[in-house]
Design a protein around this ligand. Sequence first.
Ligand SMILES: [Zn+2]
Length: 553
Amino acid sequence: MIFRILPVALALSSCAHRVSAQQPPTWQVPPKLVVGIVVDQMRADYIYRYWDNFGDGGFKRLVNDGAFLRDAHFDYAPTYTAPGHASIYTGTSPALHGIVGNDLFDRKLGRDRYCAEDTTRKTVGMAGGVGQRSPINLLATTLADELERRTERRSRTIGIALKDRSAIFPIGRTGDAAYWFGGGPDGAFVTSTWYTNELPAWLQRFNAERPAVKHLANTWDLLLPRERYHEVLPDDNPYEMSLTGTHTPTLPVDLKALYTSSGSTGIITYTPWGNTLTTDLALAAMEGEDLGMDGITDLLAMSYSSPDILGHRVGPRALELEDMYVRLDRELERLFKALDQRVGDGRYTVFLTADHAGVDVPAYLKDLKGSAGYVDLTALRAELEQHLQGRFGAGPWVSGILNEQVYLNDTLIVVRKLDPEVVQRATAQFLVRHPDIAHAYAATDLLWSDHSSGIGRALQRGFMVQRSGDVAFVMRPGYFERFGSAVGKGTTHGSPWNYDTHVPIFFMGQGIQHTEVVRRTSITDIAPTLSMVLGMTMPDAASGTVVGEVLRR
Ligand SMILES: [Zn+2]
C-alpha cells in the first residue's frame, strides 16, 4: 500500500536507482582483449588522402564506430620507431622510459649500440643473432606490465611485429612474450631467451608452414585500377628508390623471382605481404594463446612494420605506398572480422596509432620550390671538430653524432680541466650558425631549465642525460641528414616538426564512445586512457592525460 501512494516520479527514480546499482561500473567489466595496433610511419593525412579507396571494414570502421583523435602528436624528438613504441605503451617520453633512439651511443664502448641489443641472450627458433634482444634498456612499465599486475599475472600479453623493437618494447620487461621476423630462406618468427627457451607449439606449427615463402609466390601489382590512385607523378619518378633486385621503382614486381634470386624472405618486408604475414601471425597467436577467451583481459600488441620499410624507400606520395595502405585497410578488416568472430563484437577494445610519421622527399619539395634539403653531417662534424680544436686545442673533441645529438669526448674535457658546459655551449653556438640548422641546445640547458613549449620542450622530453648526447640540434623543416648513396630518393623521420609528430589515434570497441576529438592530444594519452577502460593503475612514469571524451560511461 505504501508503495502505491508514492508519487510517480519518486517511484520511477528509486526504480532507476536500483537498476543502476545492480549494474557494475564499466571498469569492473573490462574488455576480454585489448589489441594495440601500430602502423609504422603512418601519417595522419593518409586517412584523408586515401579515404575514397578504403573499404567499410578497416580504417572507415575505426572512424565510423570508434573515436578518432585527429590532432594527436608525439611531443618529443627524436621521433623514431623504438622510442615511439616505448612511448605509446609507457605513456611517457624517452626522458623517462630511457629508449632515446633506435641506436644508443655507448660512451664506454665509443660506438653505437642497438636499443634492444642484449648479447647475454640467445635466439630461440633460428640459428644466429637475430634473437639476441631484450627490453633491458626500458626503464618504465608499459600497459602490459600493469595489466599483468592487475590480473595477478593471469593475463596473456604478447607482442608481434616484423621488427624486433616493435614487438619487444610494448610488452615491457614483465609481459609474456614478443615474437619478430627472423628473415632468412624460411622466414620464421623468433624470440629471445629473455622470454622462453622454446617457441610455443602454435608458433612452431606456424613457422613450419613457411607462410612468408608462400606469400612471396605473388606478383605485386595495383589492387585497384590505376586512375583511382592519388599519385600525380609517373610510377617511375626520380624520388623513389627501387626495391632490392629491381631496376626501376615501378609495379608490377615479380616477388617470386626476387625471392629466388636473393634466396631470402627479407624482400617481403618491403611489400604489402609483410602486413599480411603480420595479420596471419596475430590470428595464429589469438588462437594459439586463447587470447580473449576467458574473463581475464589479454593484450595483443601488434605493429605493422612494412609501411615504414617501404616508406623510407619511396616516400609518402608513391603509388606503391598508397597501394600498401589500400591493402592494409583490407588486412584490418580481416583482423576485425576475426576478432568479432572469436572474441565478439563489442567485447574487445582496439587502438590504432603510429610510432612516428614522415616527411615528403626533400628533393621533391625542393623541385616544387619548397624550403627543403639535405645536411651533410660528415662534413658538419669535420667543421665542428676544427672549430673546437681552434678554441680548446688538439682533439678529437667530437666522439659521435647520433639522433641529431653531438657526443663530446668527456675524457679529453676532464684531462684538459675544462668546464663541460663551456664546451657544450661552444658546440651549440657553432651549430646554430649553420644555415640549415634551426636550433641547438646544450645538455646542461636541457637538464636544468624547464622548457614548456616549442622545440625546447620536444627536445627536453626526448632527452635523458645519462644516455643522450651533449648537444641536441634540430635541422630546419624539410631537411634531414644526407645519407647513403641514393641522395634525393626516399624519406626518413626523427624531427620535432609536424610531418614527423602528427599521427592518427583511434580507439574502438568495448568502453569506447563513438566521437571525434579535434583538440590537440598526445601519444602519451593512450596508455592512461586505456588504464581507465581497464580499471587499473597507470604505467609508473605515464605523463599523458586521459582523453575523457572517448570513454563510454
Ligand atoms: Zn623508419
